[in-house]
Design a protein around this ligand. Structure first.
Ligand SMILES: Nc1ncnc2c1ncn2[C@@H]1O[C@H](COP(=O)(O)OP(=O)(O)OP(=O)(O)O)[C@@H](O)[C@H]1O
Ligand SMILES: [Mg+2]
Length: 272
Protein backbone atom coordinates (compact mmCIF):
# COMPACT_ATOMS: atom_id res chain seq x y z
CA UNK A 1 0.00 0.00 0.00
CA UNK A 2 1.23 3.49 -0.83
CA UNK A 3 1.55 5.74 2.22
CA UNK A 4 -1.28 8.26 2.47
CA UNK A 5 -1.08 11.81 3.69
CA UNK A 6 -4.35 13.36 4.80
CA UNK A 7 -4.89 16.87 6.14
CA UNK A 8 -7.74 17.09 8.64
CA UNK A 9 -9.17 20.50 7.87
CA UNK A 10 -12.09 22.85 8.42
CA UNK A 11 -13.17 26.35 7.52
CA UNK A 12 -14.50 27.27 10.95
CA UNK A 13 -12.47 26.75 14.11
CA UNK A 14 -13.46 24.28 16.78
CA UNK A 15 -15.21 21.72 14.57
CA UNK A 16 -13.14 18.87 16.04
CA UNK A 17 -10.05 18.59 13.80
CA UNK A 18 -7.59 17.97 16.61
CA UNK A 19 -9.91 15.45 18.25
CA UNK A 20 -10.37 13.56 14.97
CA UNK A 21 -6.66 13.70 14.06
CA UNK A 22 -5.63 12.19 17.40
CA UNK A 23 -8.37 9.59 17.63
CA UNK A 24 -8.47 8.55 14.00
CA UNK A 25 -4.69 8.21 14.25
CA UNK A 26 -4.87 5.98 17.32
CA UNK A 27 -7.75 3.98 15.78
CA UNK A 28 -5.74 3.38 12.59
CA UNK A 29 -2.78 2.36 14.75
CA UNK A 30 -4.98 -0.18 16.53
CA UNK A 31 -5.80 -1.65 13.09
CA UNK A 32 -2.09 -2.40 12.71
CA UNK A 33 -1.20 0.59 10.55
CA UNK A 34 1.96 2.64 10.98
CA UNK A 35 0.61 6.08 11.76
CA UNK A 36 2.18 9.49 12.26
CA UNK A 37 0.19 12.56 13.25
CA UNK A 38 1.62 16.02 12.75
CA UNK A 39 0.48 19.23 14.41
CA UNK A 40 0.17 21.61 11.47
CA UNK A 41 -1.63 24.19 13.61
CA UNK A 42 1.55 26.18 14.14
CA UNK A 43 0.04 29.16 15.90
CA UNK A 44 -2.52 27.35 18.08
CA UNK A 45 -0.91 23.96 18.63
CA UNK A 46 -2.62 21.52 21.01
CA UNK A 47 -2.38 18.06 19.46
CA UNK A 48 0.32 17.02 21.96
CA UNK A 49 -2.00 17.74 24.89
CA UNK A 50 -4.85 15.69 23.43
CA UNK A 51 -2.28 12.89 22.97
CA UNK A 52 -1.11 13.15 26.59
CA UNK A 53 2.35 14.50 25.70
CA UNK A 54 3.08 17.31 28.13
CA UNK A 55 6.83 17.73 27.78
CA UNK A 56 7.69 18.75 24.25
CA UNK A 57 11.45 19.19 24.04
CA UNK A 58 11.83 19.33 20.27
CA UNK A 59 8.92 20.35 18.11
CA UNK A 60 7.90 20.90 14.52
CA UNK A 61 8.78 24.58 14.97
CA UNK A 62 12.42 23.54 15.50
CA UNK A 63 12.22 21.52 12.28
CA UNK A 64 10.80 24.48 10.35
CA UNK A 65 13.45 26.72 11.86
CA UNK A 66 16.08 24.35 10.42
CA UNK A 67 17.46 23.47 13.89
CA UNK A 68 16.77 19.72 13.73
CA UNK A 69 15.64 16.94 11.40
CA UNK A 70 12.01 15.93 11.61
CA UNK A 71 13.03 12.50 12.94
CA UNK A 72 14.28 14.21 16.16
CA UNK A 73 10.85 15.77 16.73
CA UNK A 74 8.94 12.47 16.79
CA UNK A 75 7.34 11.36 20.08
CA UNK A 76 5.39 8.13 20.54
CA UNK A 77 2.23 7.55 22.51
CA UNK A 78 -0.77 5.23 22.28
CA UNK A 79 0.90 3.17 19.56
CA UNK A 80 1.47 5.97 17.06
CA UNK A 81 4.05 8.65 16.28
CA UNK A 82 3.30 12.27 17.05
CA UNK A 83 5.13 15.33 15.78
CA UNK A 84 4.06 18.11 18.14
CA UNK A 85 4.33 21.81 17.62
CA UNK A 86 5.73 23.99 20.38
CA UNK A 87 3.81 26.55 22.38
CA UNK A 88 6.37 29.30 22.98
CA UNK A 89 4.97 32.47 21.50
CA UNK A 90 8.41 33.78 20.47
CA UNK A 91 9.17 30.57 18.51
CA UNK A 92 5.78 30.62 16.80
CA UNK A 93 6.16 34.24 15.83
CA UNK A 94 9.68 33.74 14.47
CA UNK A 95 8.81 30.58 12.54
CA UNK A 96 5.69 32.03 10.97
CA UNK A 97 7.65 35.11 9.89
CA UNK A 98 10.19 32.94 8.03
CA UNK A 99 7.79 30.22 7.00
CA UNK A 100 8.79 28.19 3.93
CA UNK A 101 6.50 25.78 2.17
CA UNK A 102 9.42 23.63 1.01
CA UNK A 103 10.39 22.90 4.61
CA UNK A 104 6.92 21.50 5.36
CA UNK A 105 6.93 19.46 2.17
CA UNK A 106 10.35 18.00 2.96
CA UNK A 107 9.26 17.03 6.49
CA UNK A 108 6.04 15.49 5.19
CA UNK A 109 7.99 13.44 2.65
CA UNK A 110 10.36 12.15 5.33
CA UNK A 111 7.53 11.24 7.70
CA UNK A 112 5.61 9.51 4.92
CA UNK A 113 8.59 7.29 4.15
CA UNK A 114 8.15 5.73 7.61
CA UNK A 115 4.33 5.57 7.77
CA UNK A 116 1.25 4.02 6.22
CA UNK A 117 -0.75 7.11 7.18
CA UNK A 118 0.30 10.64 7.95
CA UNK A 119 -2.52 12.75 9.39
CA UNK A 120 -1.97 16.49 9.56
CA UNK A 121 -3.98 18.54 12.05
CA UNK A 122 -4.52 21.66 9.94
CA UNK A 123 -5.34 25.08 11.34
CA UNK A 124 -8.85 26.40 10.71
CA UNK A 125 -9.46 28.67 7.76
CA UNK A 126 -7.41 29.24 4.66
CA UNK A 127 -4.48 31.34 5.81
CA UNK A 128 -0.90 30.49 4.78
CA UNK A 129 -0.21 27.74 7.28
CA UNK A 130 -3.47 25.99 6.38
CA UNK A 131 -2.78 26.17 2.71
CA UNK A 132 0.64 24.67 3.26
CA UNK A 133 -0.74 21.88 5.45
CA UNK A 134 -3.35 21.09 2.82
CA UNK A 135 -0.99 21.34 -0.13
CA UNK A 136 1.60 19.11 1.52
CA UNK A 137 -0.98 16.34 1.85
CA UNK A 138 -2.47 14.43 -1.07
CA UNK A 139 -5.89 14.10 0.53
CA UNK A 140 -8.07 16.29 2.66
CA UNK A 141 -10.61 15.13 5.21
CA UNK A 142 -12.86 18.07 6.09
CA UNK A 143 -14.50 18.07 9.51
CA UNK A 144 -17.70 20.07 9.78
CA UNK A 145 -20.56 20.40 12.23
CA UNK A 146 -24.17 19.95 11.16
CA UNK A 147 -24.92 23.67 10.76
CA UNK A 148 -25.51 25.83 7.71
CA UNK A 149 -22.52 28.06 8.45
CA UNK A 150 -20.25 25.05 8.77
CA UNK A 151 -21.46 23.81 5.37
CA UNK A 152 -20.61 27.10 3.69
CA UNK A 153 -17.12 26.87 5.18
CA UNK A 154 -16.58 23.30 4.10
CA UNK A 155 -17.74 24.15 0.57
CA UNK A 156 -15.06 26.85 0.33
CA UNK A 157 -12.47 24.60 1.88
CA UNK A 158 -13.08 21.74 -0.55
CA UNK A 159 -12.81 24.14 -3.48
CA UNK A 160 -9.47 25.39 -2.11
CA UNK A 161 -8.35 21.83 -1.62
CA UNK A 162 -9.16 21.05 -5.25
CA UNK A 163 -7.08 24.01 -6.40
CA UNK A 164 -4.17 22.87 -4.23
CA UNK A 165 -4.36 19.27 -5.36
CA UNK A 166 -5.62 17.83 -2.05
CA UNK A 167 -8.36 15.43 -3.01
CA UNK A 168 -11.49 15.12 -0.86
CA UNK A 169 -12.96 11.63 -0.78
CA UNK A 170 -15.66 12.52 1.72
CA UNK A 171 -16.28 14.48 4.89
CA UNK A 172 -16.78 13.93 8.59
CA UNK A 173 -19.71 15.50 10.40
CA UNK A 174 -18.82 15.91 14.06
CA UNK A 175 -20.91 16.73 17.15
CA UNK A 176 -24.09 15.30 15.69
CA UNK A 177 -27.16 15.34 17.93
CA UNK A 178 -26.28 18.43 19.91
CA UNK A 179 -28.98 20.87 18.88
CA UNK A 180 -31.13 21.92 15.90
CA UNK A 181 -29.08 20.84 12.95
CA UNK A 182 -29.07 19.76 9.32
CA UNK A 183 -29.59 16.05 8.70
CA UNK A 184 -26.77 14.13 7.01
CA UNK A 185 -28.99 13.41 4.01
CA UNK A 186 -29.29 17.14 3.39
CA UNK A 187 -25.54 17.69 3.81
CA UNK A 188 -24.91 15.05 1.15
CA UNK A 189 -27.45 16.62 -1.17
CA UNK A 190 -25.90 20.03 -0.64
CA UNK A 191 -22.51 18.57 -1.58
CA UNK A 192 -24.00 16.72 -4.55
CA UNK A 193 -25.55 19.88 -5.94
CA UNK A 194 -22.54 22.13 -5.41
CA UNK A 195 -19.38 20.02 -5.68
CA UNK A 196 -20.30 16.59 -6.99
CA UNK A 197 -20.51 13.39 -5.07
CA UNK A 198 -18.85 13.93 -1.69
CA UNK A 199 -20.32 11.48 0.82
CA UNK A 200 -20.41 11.80 4.58
CA UNK A 201 -17.89 9.18 5.73
CA UNK A 202 -18.82 9.38 9.41
CA UNK A 203 -21.24 11.06 11.74
CA UNK A 204 -19.51 11.45 15.10
CA UNK A 205 -22.08 11.99 17.86
CA UNK A 206 -21.87 14.72 20.45
CA UNK A 207 -20.46 12.83 23.43
CA UNK A 208 -19.37 14.20 26.80
CA UNK A 209 -16.73 11.44 27.00
CA UNK A 210 -14.72 13.35 24.36
CA UNK A 211 -14.21 16.29 26.71
CA UNK A 212 -13.65 14.03 29.72
CA UNK A 213 -10.92 12.21 27.81
CA UNK A 214 -9.39 15.50 26.70
CA UNK A 215 -9.14 16.63 30.33
CA UNK A 216 -7.30 13.41 31.15
CA UNK A 217 -4.96 13.78 28.14
CA UNK A 218 -6.08 10.39 26.84
CA UNK A 219 -7.57 9.93 23.35
CA UNK A 220 -11.25 9.03 23.77
CA UNK A 221 -10.88 5.79 21.74
CA UNK A 222 -8.50 4.62 24.51
CA UNK A 223 -10.24 6.31 27.45
CA UNK A 224 -13.71 4.96 26.67
CA UNK A 225 -13.55 2.59 23.68
CA UNK A 226 -17.25 1.75 23.82
CA UNK A 227 -18.70 5.26 23.97
CA UNK A 228 -20.69 6.54 20.99
CA UNK A 229 -17.96 8.84 19.67
CA UNK A 230 -15.26 6.11 19.91
CA UNK A 231 -17.44 3.58 18.09
CA UNK A 232 -18.02 6.07 15.24
CA UNK A 233 -14.32 7.00 15.04
CA UNK A 234 -13.29 3.32 14.92
CA UNK A 235 -15.77 2.79 12.06
CA UNK A 236 -14.29 5.77 10.26
CA UNK A 237 -10.82 4.27 10.71
CA UNK A 238 -11.92 1.00 9.11
CA UNK A 239 -13.32 2.89 6.17
CA UNK A 240 -10.23 5.10 5.78
CA UNK A 241 -8.02 1.99 5.96
CA UNK A 242 -10.12 0.35 3.24
CA UNK A 243 -11.33 -2.41 5.59
CA UNK A 244 -15.01 -1.48 5.48
CA UNK A 245 -17.48 -0.13 2.98
CA UNK A 246 -19.00 3.31 3.25
CA UNK A 247 -21.22 3.24 6.32
CA UNK A 248 -23.87 5.38 4.65
CA UNK A 249 -25.60 4.55 1.40
CA UNK A 250 -25.89 7.51 -0.99
CA UNK A 251 -29.12 9.36 -0.28
CA UNK A 252 -32.20 9.37 -2.47
CA UNK A 253 -32.89 12.76 -4.03
CA UNK A 254 -35.49 14.69 -2.09
CA UNK A 255 -36.43 18.30 -1.53
CA UNK A 256 -33.95 20.59 0.16
CA UNK A 257 -35.13 22.99 2.80
CA UNK A 258 -35.38 26.66 1.94
CA UNK A 259 -32.25 27.77 3.85
CA UNK A 260 -30.08 25.20 2.09
CA UNK A 261 -31.54 26.30 -1.25
CA UNK A 262 -30.68 29.92 -0.52
CA UNK A 263 -27.13 29.02 0.49
CA UNK A 264 -26.61 27.00 -2.68
CA UNK A 265 -27.82 29.96 -4.73
CA UNK A 266 -25.52 32.36 -2.86
CA UNK A 267 -22.50 30.09 -3.38
CA UNK A 268 -23.05 28.93 -6.94
CA UNK A 269 -25.31 31.59 -8.41
CA UNK A 270 -27.74 28.82 -9.38
CA UNK A 271 -31.13 28.14 -7.89
CA UNK A 272 -31.02 24.62 -6.42
N1 LIG B 1 -17.96 14.64 19.24
C1 LIG B 1 -17.71 15.50 20.23
N2 LIG B 1 -18.47 15.53 21.35
C2 LIG B 1 -18.22 16.40 22.34
N3 LIG B 1 -17.22 17.29 22.33
C3 LIG B 1 -16.42 17.32 21.25
C4 LIG B 1 -16.62 16.44 20.16
N4 LIG B 1 -15.65 16.70 19.23
C5 LIG B 1 -14.91 17.69 19.73
N5 LIG B 1 -15.35 18.08 20.94
C6 LIG B 1 -14.80 19.14 21.80
O1 LIG B 1 -14.88 20.36 21.10
C7 LIG B 1 -13.75 21.17 21.37
C8 LIG B 1 -13.07 21.55 20.05
O2 LIG B 1 -12.53 20.37 19.48
P1 LIG B 1 -11.11 20.41 18.74
O3 LIG B 1 -10.10 21.09 19.56
O4 LIG B 1 -10.84 19.02 18.30
O5 LIG B 1 -11.51 21.31 17.49
P2 LIG B 1 -10.54 21.97 16.40
O6 LIG B 1 -11.30 21.95 15.13
O7 LIG B 1 -9.22 21.30 16.41
O8 LIG B 1 -10.40 23.46 16.96
P3 LIG B 1 -9.39 24.61 16.43
O9 LIG B 1 -9.98 25.12 15.13
O10 LIG B 1 -9.44 25.63 17.53
O11 LIG B 1 -8.06 23.97 16.24
C9 LIG B 1 -12.85 20.35 22.30
O12 LIG B 1 -13.04 20.76 23.63
C10 LIG B 1 -13.32 18.91 22.11
O13 LIG B 1 -13.16 18.12 23.26
MG1 LIG C 1 -7.30 22.12 16.64
Amino acid sequence: MKPRSISIASGKGGTGKTTITANLGVALGALGKKVTILDGDLAMANLAIVMGIHHVKTSFLDVLAGKVDVSSAICENYGIKVVPTGFRFEDVHETLAKFKREKVEKAVKELLAESDFLLIDAPAGIQDATIVSMAAAREMLPVCNPSHTSLVDVYKLIRYGNLLGAWTRGLVVNRVGKKAEIPTSEIEQFMGRTLGNIPVLAEIPEDSKVQEAELEGIPVVVYEPDCKASVAINELAKFVAGEADLPYAPQEARDLNETTRRIIQALTGRRA
